[in-house]
Write a protein that binds this ligand. Structure first.
Ligand code: PLP
Length: 460
């Protein structure tokens, strides 16, 4: 049975006008105005006069409610959600258990500052992360608010522990938009252009991109390690920071063996191996953490996005002896580990277990990959199909040369947006369409969405 069926009942069209809560939305794609409709257009005009244009907007419509596999806009149009607000609402938007947990906690207290007056919820989230993260070694965890903050803290901890400064990152990497994490992120537009100078001691090396480099995992790792050895030197390296599947960089799954070889190299030289699970973690890939696909046991792991079920929460979890290198009071932040976010995260992790969401992610992945393969049979512009579980993507290319085709990606995405399907692009060349549906979506909605995408490809 789908998690949708007991948690997000569609009661027909009638209740939509009165009850715009995520849990009661009809599970259907339905357009009742042109896109964008009049209310979204009016809000856009207000936004243009008040909101920094730099914020941008992928979708032309404004949100009213969301749940199950759909998002309702302010004009009453129902979109199929294949983005989950960038892999955040993994258990489903406004998941009933998350809503209940947040409401109950909000009535008790909304904030104390965990570094001033601690509270049990923070401890329980850390206990859960310690218990569920890979490896049986002694672990500790730290909570913060955003993914970039988690990455920054992992680097701080690694530097304090090793007393070294260098940080190795990869081509196509994305780690955030703060100054340090901009330096760690690969793509100039829109993330870095004009915002330098960037933090020093960040070294970018090639990783593993099987579709384009034709290397095995072992070969790619040997290339990476040779570069690090020659250009940085192991005694200068505090950390290697790597995504198990590169997210914003194009949903690039490294060739098997690449990450284990990197982890072994790090361990051999006392370099802290940091796995950035911010996009791939929390059931998204068909395992609780993507590390599990190759039996990795990172020294430190960063988590965020799916963890808080839509509330801002991020964390670092890893080896106790590495954490112990940092002095008391050295890590934290005013809002870090907010109690509402902690309550939400505990509900999320419970839902993952109770609703069998890792299995559901794997099943969604099989369905999505199957639909992509069928499209590819008649459309050679789909150069590569890749991903794990409910984190799948197609890379679009010129079939003759293999050159990236960002125009095709933009055209198919725009067609989907006009026709009631939310999809996101990614990739260093913006030529990758990624699929990140909430795990509460039904098969019927997924098939409907891929019928729309097929039309989009046929017309582009
Ligand atoms: C989104 C993301 C981040 C940054 O998270 P924010 O919450 O946007 O700061 C870092 N690493 C990866 C892999 C991400 O996908």
């Amino acid at each position: 049975m789908l998690p949708t069926e007991h948690t997000h009942k569609g009661d027909g069209m009638g209740d939509q006008e009165e009850t715009k809560t995520g849990g009661t939305l009809p599970q259907e794609r339905r357009l009742v105005t042109e896109i964008p409709g009049p209310r979204s257009r009016a809000m856009r005009a207000r936004a243009d006069a008040a909101v920094a244009a730099a914020v941008g907007a992928t979708m032309p419509v404004f949100a009213e409610a969301a749940g199950g596999g759909v998002l309702l806009d302010v004009d009453g149009n129902s979109f199929i959600d294949l983005g989950s607000g960038i892999a955040v609402t993994t258990v489903g938007n406004a998941h009933p258990a998350v809503v209940a947990a947040v409401q109950a906690q909000a009535a008790k207290f909304t904030h104390t500052a965990a570094g001033i007056t601690p509270y049990e919820l923070y401890v329980r989230v850390c206990e859960t992360l310690v218990r569920l993260s890979p490896g049986r070694h002694d672990k500790r965890a730290l909570l913060v608010s955003t993914g970039a903050e988690a990455v920054e803290n992992a680097v701080k901890i690694a530097r304090a522990h090793t007393r070294r400064q260098g940080v190795a990152v990869f081509e196509h990497a994305f780690h955030g938009r703060t100054n340090l994490t901009m330096a760690m992120t690969a793509k100039a537009m829109p993330y870095k252009s004009g915002f330098g100078p960037f933090a020093p001691e960040i070294y970018r090396v090639p990783g593993s991109y099987p579709y384009r480099d034709n290397l095995t995992g072992e070969q790619a790792a040997a290339r990476t390690i040779a570069r690090l050895h020659a250009e940085v030197g192991e005694s200068n390296l505090a950390a290697i920071v790597v995504e198990p599947i590169q997210g914003e960089g194009g949903f690039i799954v490294p060739a098997p063996g690449f990450l284990p070889a990197l982890q072994a190299y790090a361990r051999q030289h006392g370099i802290v191996f940091v796995l950035d699970e911010i996009q791939a973690g929390v059931a998204r890939t068909g395992r609780l953490f993507a590390a599990e696909h190759e039996g990795l046991e990172p020294d430190l792991m960063t988590v965020a996005k799916g963890l808080g079920g839509g509330l801002p929460l991020a964390g670092v979890v890893g080896r106790a002896e590495i954490f112990e290198s940092v002095h008391s009071g050295g890590l934290g932040g005013t809002y870090a580990g907010n109690p509402l976010s902690c309550a939400a995260a505990l509900a999320v992790l419970e839902a993952v277990e109770n609703e069998g969401l890792t299995e559901r992610a794997a099943a969604i992945g099989a369905l999505v990959e199957g639909r992509c393969r069928r499209l590819q049979e008649t459309d050679p512009r789909i150069g590569d199909i890749r991903g794990r579980g409910a984190m799948q993507a197609v890379e679009l290319v010129d079939p003759a040369t293999g050159a990236p085709d960002p125009a095709l990606a933009a055209s198919v995405a725009a067609y989907a947006h006009r026709n009631g399907v939310i999809v996101l692009l990614c990739g260093t060349w913006s030529n990758v369409i990624r699929f990140l549906p909430p795990l509460s979506i039904s098969d019927a909605l997924l098939h409907d969405a891929f019928d729309v995408l097929a039309e989009g490809f046929a017309r582009a």
